[in-house]
Write a protein that binds this ligand. Structure first.
Ligand code: C5J
Length: 235
């Protein structure tokens, strides 16, 4: 009679685990590491929003959805902390710097009406997170007026109160909001790991450069990996 192998011991969330990464393995403690998903909003990933208004082909970002969904699903299964961000502005546009409104000299700009409501305005359809990655009740959603998730938000305070010391940062776009957030986090003393397949850009060369800048010089801003390495470490 075949003897069933004993089940492996369940992962202890307070034990550090290592993920294969560049420039060297990323060690993290699941209980104090949050998954931070940046700006996976309809305004960036669907036609008719802010991304398209800037002249971008929004379909270029959609390859990030499946790996984010997989990682998010596993992260949730382990009961780990999840946070989402949304870039956007108050309906009265009080938090929109005039320079940001004017940038690009486009015919339509932030706050104007588009097919998904007012562009990059909180509460509008385009500002919402795509259905595939929709936050669950209890997951933190940070509304940010800028590119970095720490600027003019309570993200740092929330991380302090919850004892979060490390971040897995995913989302869009690699060289803009992901990079800015990783740099802000780094300056505040947090370690960031970026899975390259879970971040995306309208521009492949800037995506590559964005990742390169994070991991260069011994990980000057953080670490880069592939989501399959994180999933393997979470087995
Ligand atoms: C941009 C972002 N690209 N979420 N925002 O304007 O990266």
């Amino acid at each position: 009679m075949a003897v069933k192998a004993p089940a492996p011991p369940a992962m202890k969330l307070t034990d550090a685990i290592a993920v294969d990464a560049e420039p060297y393995p990323f060690e993290f403690t699941p209980a104090t590491c949050a998954l931070l998903i940046i700006d996976m909003q309809r305004d960036f990933l669907e036609p008719g929003g802010f991304g398209e208004m800037l002249g971008n082909d929004v379909s270029k970002l959609r390859s990030t959805i499946a790996p984010n969904r997989k990682l998010l699903g596993v992260w949730r299964t382990h009961g780990l902390q999840v946070m989402h961000t949304r870039e956007g502005h108050r309906p009265d546009l009080g938090c929109l710097p005039p320079a940001k409104k004017a940038r690009g000299r486009n015919r339509t700009s932030i706050g104007d009406h588009g097919p998904m409501g007012r562009i990059l305005v909180r509460g509008e359809a385009g500002h919402d997170i795509i259905p595939e990655l929709y936050p669950l009740f209890g997951e933190t959603v940070i509304d940010k007026p800028g590119k970095g998730a720490f600027y003019a938000t309570d993200l740092h305070a929330i991380m302090q109160y919850r004892g979060i010391r490390q971040l897995i940062v995913t989302g869009v776009t690699t060289e803009v909001c992901v990079n800015t957030t990783v740099r802000e986090a780094n300056d505040r003393g947090y370690d960031c790991l970026v899975p390259e397949d879970c971040v995306g850009s309208y521009f492949p060369n800037l995506h590559a450069a964005g990742l390169e800048m994070i991991k260069a010089q011994g990980g000057i801003f953080g670490w880069v990996t592939h989501s399959k390495s994180i999933l393997a470490a979470l087995q």
